[in-house]
Design a protein around this ligand. Structure first.
Ligand SMILES: C[S@@+](CC[C@H](N)C(=O)[O-])C[C@H]1O[C@@H](n2cnc3c(N)ncnc32)[C@H](O)[C@@H]1O
Length: 266
């Protein structure tokens, strides 16, 4: 019998073409890429591994949080429009996006509705399960995959994706510099990165809240430090700040020889 060679892309969706390792799904459809990794978890990360957190996060906290933190009305629709504008130049005609540390996949779902192929990444199975359920309900399940992995160890080959996005997770992932270096590494030249994070507060009450969050493993890197972590292979396209809410858009340089992390800035 004759067996025809089948190009990888006909069996594996484009969004998994750069995936490193065996594509083995659990009963919920989540691809496991963390089994061999040992990680020590901070309290915030442990809370995010609870099913109850995954059920309540987006509807109770996420949709209100930026309005509270930005010091002005900042509806989620405005944030999502900003996200889409930021990555759109890299997604002309489709493209593959990683939503890193995605929770319920707010960013990824929005971009999938816009036609992107999306890979949702988180270390929390309850969050990934919840994200996939939401994608199915929103009829975008065929454009989305979910991978359980650490932000600092993305299971994708160099330059294999068109955009990487991260919403609010830089503050709790633990190894911010390594995570951003990974996000830069997997981006193709011309690919776009969008990252929303919270920076140190100047005022008393917010400052106190940030100090109290410290023991839970929540950190607040400055915008200068965050930009520096992106390294010299990234061109900063836009840096916006409302209150303590920072949004950074950057593009991978086409002439970049490598994608290593930049110097650590203060
Ligand atoms: C603040 S929530 C993210 C919100 C989400 N990106 C959004 O925009 O709604 C933080 C998420 O990061 C995930 N997370 C924390 N540390 C991580 C790590 N090192 N690797 C992967 N995911 C991580 C948590 O499980 C949680 O889902």
């Amino acid at each position: 019998m004759n067996h025809q060679a089948v190009p990888l892309r006909r069996v594996v969706p484009a969004r998994l073409a750069g995936f490193i390792g065996p594509i083995a799904r659990d009963d919920d459809g989540i691809i496991e890429a963390m089994a061999a990794r040992h990680a020590s978890w901070n309290p915030a990360q442990l809370v995010n591994r609870l099913t109850v957190t995954a059920r309540l996060y987006e509807s109770v906290w996420r949709v209100r949080s930026l309005g509270l933190l930005a010091g002005r009305a900042f509806p989620v629709g405005e944030e999502l429009a900003e996200l889409a504008t930021a990555v759109q130049p890299a997604l002309e005609g489709g493209g593959v996006v990683l939503d890193v540390a995605c929770s319920e996949g707010l960013y990824g779902r929005h971009l999938a509705h816009g036609g992107a192929e999306v890979v949702l990444i988180d270390h929390s199975s309850p969050f990934l399960r919840r994200a996939l359920q939401r994608c199915a309900l929103e009829d975008i399940g065929d454009r989305v995959d979910a991978v359980r992995a650490l932000a600092a160890h993305l299971p994708f080959s160099d330059g294999s994706v068109d955009a990487v996005v991260m919403g609010g997770s830089l503050n709790e992932i633990g190894d911010e510099a390594a995570a951003l270096a990974e996000m830069v590494r997997v981006l193709r030249p011309g690919g776009r990165l969008f990252c929303m994070s919270l920076v140190p507060a100047d005022s008393g009450a917010a400052r106190l809240a940030q100090l109290l969050a410290g023991p839970n493993g929540i950190r607040f890197p400055t915008s200068a430090r965050t930009v520096a972590w992106l390294g010299s292979s990234m061109r900063l396209v836009e840096e916006r700040r409302d209150g303590i809410v920072l949004r950074i858009t950057a593009e991978k340089r086409s002439d970049s020889p490598g994608s290593g992390p930049g110097p650590t800035a203060g």
